[in-house]
Design a protein around this ligand. Structure first.
Ligand code: BGC
Length: 737
């Protein structure tokens, strides 16, 4: 009918409209991809496009360290990595083995105990920024850290990964870390929520404690992470609390975390922390990881499909026994986290193992090392008077980034104390190992085959002919030391170190004991050695940082984030029966209640070896009598305490002024004192500076079990100003109306 020309024109028209429709379709972005839209709108839109199966797939692992995205919609997978001291080397898809990549070496930052020992939120910020950049470079969605479980006993094998015994200190320190990590478009994952205060029986022990202890001691740092740090994910802990596993615990996750604190991120299990589908679904868990726990390799069927929050969850949803709103909430949380991280096109690119990051690691390490004892005869080292320095101890050469469990790292460099001392003091240094611990091995301690007597004799021999001895010992990352999966067996130093130190003392009294550990230890030799340095696990720059402090290039300014009791039985958790610690394998009852750390020692007037907040300097400081801006305060107000700090010595240095509060004539038991404010002040020699520390009246509250709420009683409160829990220099008081 039509002639050729008309046919050609019609065809061209059809073709043109088809192409233009498709181009238009491509130009209109779906709402969830439109970054100019509010995140909540995007979450809703993405959710509306997903099948039930796709939603369920967001809620459980697809490999050892990842969970699915929605490939069909271009929504990426979630990739997680430990955490918290650096970005862990890549793990195999289906098992705990390392993938042996050659491009995943990182910076090892100091352990979180060291960070807490800086008492310096600025250090926490540079830490978070740098580790966040490394996580971003490695393209992680989630960095599994920081950890803020409270230091309840020196026996906990994992204390080194946490921020000490005080809820206020841990709360202040955790926030900048999280904020800075997340500026990189990587979610921090604060862990382990909650009450994972020991490793022994961590997989099931049922912790019982009062609401008051829960609220005043064990939860505040998590609360700060959520409400101030705005953390995007939280990891549940392995243990149970009041008969429910913490990874699906209605009170902790639904009521407190998501209800009271309005947490809008994801709750991720600890690896293998989920135990049942309905509870996992209904009691607040969002992403199930590690069940099995070796992924596909140990089961015939696809193990990931058999996760509690996988096919069994889908079945329940399809049956209607779990409402779809439940999976919608979980999927929304995962989507929100993805939009905040990997789908944020503005997230920076990150960087890995750079010289800048090494500098950050060193700075934090130098800021956190604590000088515990110094009679002035030996530190800082005066090289001009020393011809021969004997360095003794396995920790002078041992790689501390190896072992320790999930926080193990593969750093590009790790400078040992011996190496750094050798580069500073050259041929003056001689070295003997002195003792041997055995190789790092997860879940078991393998004793060394070396002969202890010959190692000790060799060390004593080099000590005898040296001008001084630098003993570098402590704990290490082996099982039953500073290591996940087990607790310490003894409060004393392991591997015969006490004996070794006392043998060295017989031939040479000029000894500095450098303790590499994340835990307090017994010190039977404390009165006999002239100097002790608490050096933590310092990561890549360990040796350099220790050497700067020993040499005096850096004036130490770290302060203990936990008490060193004289003996283990002095500690609150060890003052009752076995049920109080370590539990009877089923239950554990925190009988010391709110009296954790210095709250226990000070209230019970128990003398300690080194106080919470304690640390010496190569200079001296004086604090002046403080004044407060008023005498009477309303409950919503903040007390401003002002005083001056002067550096009265000959070198620049930093002091940490600390304010503790005590409620006078309290109607209920309250600790002798509680930290509620602090500030680290750097001063040049001779310089004096005025300092104001705010203390919120609300922070003086206790948890009132009658009303299940915080309560500030009206009345008199003492504010103590000092430089440690054991060195209170001034008392002031205020009235709360
Ligand atoms: C640890 C977590 C860690 C996870 C993944 C668990 O055993 O308790 O802290 O993030 O493993 O490695």
């Amino acid at each position: 009918m039509y002639n050729r020309m008309t046919r050609f024109l019609i065809l061209t028209l059809i073709l043109f409209s088809a192409v233009s429709i498709s181009v238009k379709a491509q130009l209109i972005k779906p709402v969830y991809l439109d970054e100019t839209r509010p995140v909540e709108e995007r979450v809703k839109n993405a959710l509306s496009l997903m099948t039930l199966e796709e939603k369920v797939a967001l809620c459980h692992a697809q490999s050892k360290f990842s969970s699915k995205g929605v490939a069909r919609l271009g929504i990426p997978e979630v990739w997680m990595s430990d955490g918290p001291h650096g970005v862990r080397a890549e793990i195999l898809w289906d098992s705990w083995g390392y993938a042996q990549w050659t491009n995943d070496s990182c910076t090892a930052f100091p352990a979180l105990t060291c960070l807490a020992a800086t008492w310096n939120p600025e250090m926490s910020a540079i830490y978070g920024k740098a580790v966040g950049e490394e996580a971003r470079y490695r393209n992680k969605t989630v960095l599994l850290g920081p950890g803020v479980n409270i230091y309840r006993t020196p026996m906990n094998g994992r204390n080194f990964e946490y921020m000490g015994e005080d809820p206020y200190l841990a709360s202040v320190m955790v926030v900048p870390y999280i904020q800075e990590v997340q500026k990189n478009g990587v979610a921090a994952c604060v862990k382990h929520f909650a009450l994972n205060n020991q490793e022994n029986w961590r997989g099931h022990i049922n912790v019982e404690l009062s609401d008051r202890a829960l609220r005043e001691i064990y939860l505040p740092a998590f609360k700060a992470a959520v409400t101030e740090g705005k953390v995007w994910s939280v990891m549940g802990s392995y243990n149970q609390f009041r008969g429910e596993y913490c990874c699906h615990n209605d009170l902790l996750l639904n009521k407190i975390l998501k209800g009271e604190w309005k947490f809008d991120g994801t709750v991720i299990t600890d690896w293998g922390g989920a135990h049942e589908t309905k509870q996992a679904a209904l009691n607040g868990l969002d992403i199930e990881m590690g069940t099995g726990t070796d992924g596909m390799t140990r089961s015939l069927k696809n193990a990931y499909d058999n996760y509690y929050l996988a096919l069994p969850f889908l079945d329940e949803l399809k049956k209607g026994s779990i409402p779809e709103s439940v999976v919608n909430d979980k999927a929304s949380r995962v989507l929100r986290m993805i939009f905040r991280t990997t789908m944020n096109s503005k997230r920076p690119y990150g960087s890995l193992a750079t010289p800048e990051h090494a500098q950050v690691a060193r700075k934090i390490a130098e800021d956190g090392i604590v000088l515990l004892k110094n009679d002035g005869s030996i530190l800082p080292l005066d090289a001009s008077k020393l011809n021969k320095i004997a360095v003794i101890g396995e920790n002078a050469t041992r790689k501390m980034s190896e072992g320790g469990g999930s926080s193990e790292l593969k750093p590009r460099v790790e400078i040992s104390p011996l190496k750094a001392l050798q580069s500073k003091y050259g041929s003056k240094i001689t070295y003997a190992r002195g003792y041997a611990s055995g190789p790092p091995a997860y879940g078991r301690a393998i004793p060394s085959k070396l002969n202890a007597d010959s190692l000790r004799n060799e060390a004593v021999k080099i000590a005898e002919s040296a001008d001084m001895v630098i003993f570098v010992g402590g704990l290490n990352k082996n099982h039953n030391q500073d290591c996940e999966g087990g607790d310490r067996k003894s409060y004393n130093l392991p591997f015969g170190q006490d004996k070794l130190i006392s043998e060295i003392l017989k031939v040479n009294k000029n000894i500095v004991v450098v303790l590499v550990s994340g835990n307090a230890v017994a010190m039977p030799w404390v009165d006999k050695v002239p100097a002790i340095v608490q050096a933590w696990h310092l990561g890549s720059e360990a040796g350099n940082a220790i050497t700067s402090v020993l040499s005096g290039e850096v004036n130490p300014s770290g302060k203990l984030p936990f008490t060193f009791p004289k003996q283990l039985s002095d500690c609150g958790a060890h003052s009752f029966d076995k049920l109080c610690f370590p539990g009877d394998s089923i239950r554990e009852v925190y009988k010391e209640d709110i009296l954790v750390g210095y709250r226990w020692y000070d209230t019970k007037a128990i003398p300690v070896q080194f106080h919470f907040g304690f640390g010496l300097s190569y200079t001296t400081f004086t604090l002046s009598k403080p004044t407060t801006d008023k005498t009477d305060y309303a409950k919503t107000e903040t007390v401003k305490m002002t005083f001056s700090v002067q550096n009265t010595g000959k070198v620049a240095g930093s002091e940490v002024a600390q304010i503790y509060i005590t409620q006078e004539n309290a109607p209920i038991m309250r600790p002798a004192k509680e930290l509620k404010g602090f500030k680290k002040i750097l001063l040049k020699a001779g310089v004096k500076k005025s300092v104001t520390i705010p203390v919120k009246v609300q922070d003086m509250a206790y948890w009132d079990e009658k009303t299940s709420n915080w309560k500030v009683d009206p009345g008199k409160y003492t504010l103590s100003l000092g430089t440690s829990a054991g060195d209170i220099q001034y008392l002031g008081s205020v009235q709360v109306k």
